[in-house]
Design a protein around this ligand. Structure first.
Ligand code: 3DU
Length: 226
């Protein structure tokens, strides 16, 4: 098992960088620039298909890495995917919850074997994100995440009222990470106030002329709430 997997998520700034650039040089440059201002870096298909999964161990020198593969398959396939992700040095994986209890349990079990964490998507942040993830469905998925001993859920920063409702469903034990701040219109402060532990910020940081300044702005916005 990789040592990187032992990293425990600690909330310091409340910011997770969504790193959807597609080449290694930019990925490493941006992450090193904002290191210290982010608590984790989230990678997904754009970067991993562009560079390979070995980018995970390179990035984990700066911050724990969350693999956003929105895993959604039968338990056996889910397990094979999770094993690759944790062996590569990721600290957490994002999976879909609509696949049901057996798939979810297999992901959590596999993550546990590596000291890794599982976040479950409960509702998506884009305008169409509540088309199938209706209020009741999202709540059911959040409840299933809790029952399956997931580490946390993914809830939309574009709908802070939903973050609040989902927080009520899961209580205080699970974490909430929320994408949709900045480029998608969500506010970091409103999202944290609604009950999120971390906001996930991508384009507004990595496309900024000065990513460090931009990350600092979000950090200060969150700090003001305390
Ligand atoms: O909009 P941004 O550039 O700040 O990036 C948001 C990231 O979070 C991006 O990687 C996207 O794929 C991911 N995400 C959502 O935006 C919404 C979800 O419901 C789940 C993941």
């Amino acid at each position: 098992n990789s040592n990187a997997n032992a990293t425990v998520f600690q909330r310091k700034t409340g910011i997770i960088l969504a790193l959807d650039v597609t080449d290694e040089a930019s990925a490493l440059e941006i992450t090193s620039e904002v290191s210290g201002l982010i608590d984790a870096v989230k990678i997904g298909y754009p970067l991993v298909l562009g560079t390979g999964l070995q980018i995970a161990s390179k990035l984990s020198k700066y911050a724990p890495v969350i693999a956003d593969f929105k895993v959604a398959d039968i338990p056996n396939t889910d397990r094979l995917i999770c094993e690759h992700v944790f062996k590569a040095g990721c600290a957490a994986i994002i999976v879909q919850g609509f696949t049901g209890p057996d798939s979810l349990t297999e992901c959590v079990k596999t993550a546990d074997e590596f000291g890794g964490k599982v976040f479950v998507v409960s509702e998506m942040s884009h305008p169409g994100g509540d088309h199938f993830f209706t209020d009741d469905v999202s709540k059911e998925i959040a409840a299933l995440a809790k029952k399956s001993d997931a580490f946390g859920i993914v809830a939309p920063a574009t709908r802070p009222e939903r973050v609040k409702e989902l927080r009520a469903v899961i209580g205080g034990d699970l974490k909430i990470i929320s994408p949709g701040v900045g480029a998608q219109g969500g506010s970091a402060a409103d999202t944290i106030k609604a009950g999120a532990d971390w906001v996930i910020v991508g384009r507004s940081i990595y496309n900024a002329e000065n990513p460090r300044d931009e990350a600092m702005k979000v950090k200060v916005e969150i700090e003001k709430l305390i």
